[in-house]
Design a protein around this ligand. Structure first.
Ligand SMILES: NC(=O)c1ccc[n+]([C@@H]2O[C@H](COP(=O)([O-])OP(=O)(O)OC[C@H]3O[C@@H](n4cnc5c(N)ncnc54)[C@H](O)[C@@H]3O)[C@@H](O)[C@H]2O)c1
Length: 348
């Protein structure tokens, strides 16, 4: 295992767990999986050198399970397994498991130790990094949660092997975003065609995580430049919400990819993002998602969806845009005429 940060280790999760338990003692070990990671990921670490037999807790998969009801079932399981303040929770899964598990651990008995073993590209490069944990409440995404740090995050790229291609590409959209806002060389490492076998996952994950960490470390509690990580997300969330009500819902990363295209055009109008940078963003997203098209959303509906964005300050929706690749600018108010023009640019 190699370190990128003192809490982020790369390599075989099985070996890393064995090493970890050489120096850390717990009264009990709990593992949180969803039904898919229990099937595809748990068998890969099941035979690690556990100091005591772990208890596995399985929750349903998907965003719909990321709520307080599921937390209750997890806390019930903690109680049933006699967890105490010296227990350890290991979150083995995508962003839903790391978000929910981190929150359950941080709030049980005012906080027990937890580790993340993220198993999707999105969770490895984004959700598990940065200390934000929580669940959705009613119809509101991530409304209940907390900042809390895992003891350690184990990044083992072999978990990617069982993800379907659409899930991998969706995660790579966030990696591309990290390239656009903070590491232009990362963009060149992304696939230019279908097929991931030849990708240098170790480098891609490392560099992507380094960008996220850079923004998080400068702004741990999300009061300023961390908002640069929202590039593509204001329009992306509007598109994601719009498509949810149709027969062709989009994965989060797909909606963010389309959002980045439109926000690049907005950045060109508002901040003079150079034409060659726009072209680079277009070609990267085009290569990752060759069949993806911007859905038709009437201007009024688009404005309405954008106005519900949670990155609001008072009545204003604030965009994170780019002055150039690698130069994000946060807190941007954008006139609706500019948004509509940028959207139409890709939707005509
Ligand atoms: N806390 C943060 O800073 C942060 C940042 C970004 C996203 N998020 C959250 O992350 C969540 C999305 O994460 P996600 O895209 O990983 O979704 P997810 O956790 O729902 O995983 C996607 C699907 O892949 C399955 N899966 C996971 N790993 C697998 C593997 N190795 N093999 C086979 N199947 C596997 C899951 O069961 C699920 O069906 C959202 O809830 C979002 O709000 C949080």
């Amino acid at each position: 295992m190699q370190e990128i940060d003192k809490t982020i280790l790369f390599g075989s999760a099985t070996h890393a767990l064995g090493d970890w338990f050489q120096t850390h003692a717990y009264s009990s070990i709990l593992i949180l999986c969803d039904e898919n990671t229990f099937r595809d990921c748990w068998p890969k670490i099941e035979h690690a050198d556990w100091p005591t037999q772990p208890s596995v807790i399985v929750i349903p998969s998907g965003e719909l399970a990321k709520n307080l009801k599921t937390c209750e079932t997890v806390w019930d399981a903690f109680v049933a397994h006699a967890a105490d303040r010296s227990s350890l929770l290991i979150n083995l899964g995508g962003g839903v498991v790391t978000d929910l598990g981190g929150f359950c651990a941080a709030s049980f008995m005012r906080g027990i130790h937890f580790l993340h073993i993220p198993t999707t590209v999105l969770a490895m490069t984004d959700a598990a990094i940065g200390g934000k944990h929580g669940v959705d409440f009613r119809m509101y995404k991530n409304y209940i949660g907390t900042f809390a740090e895992p003891e350690c995050i184990l990044i083992d790229s072999t978990f990617i092997d069982t993800l379907d291609g659409r899930e991998v590409r969706s995660g790579l959209a966030e990696v591309a975003k990290h390239g656009f806002i903070g590491d232009p060389e990362l963009i060149d490492m992304l696939p230019r065609q279908e097929g991931y076998a030849t990708l240098d996952w170790n480098q891609i994950l490392r560099r992507s995580i380094a960008v996220k960490l850079g923004f998080v470390e400068d702004d741990r509690y999300d009061k300023g430049l961390r908002a640069a990580l929202n590039f593509g997300h204001t329009i992306g969330h509007a598109i994601e919400t719009h498509q949810l009500a149709t027969e062709t819902p989009l994965r989060h990363g797909e909606a963010v990819a389309l959002g980045m295209l439109v926000e690049a055009a907005i950045s060109a109008s508002q901040l003079g993002l150079p034409q060659e940078d726009c072209a680079m963003i277009e070609s990267t997203i085009g290569a990752l998602f060759p069949a993806l098209v911007l859905p038709e959303i009437p201007a009024e509906k688009l404005q309405n969806l954008i106005s519900k964005d949670k990155k609001k300050s008072g009545a204003d929706v604030l965009f994170a845009l780019l002055a150039a690749i690698g130069e994000p600018v946060v807190g941007q108010k954008v006139a609706s005429s500019i948004v509509n023009e940028a959207y139409l640019h890709y939707n005509s």
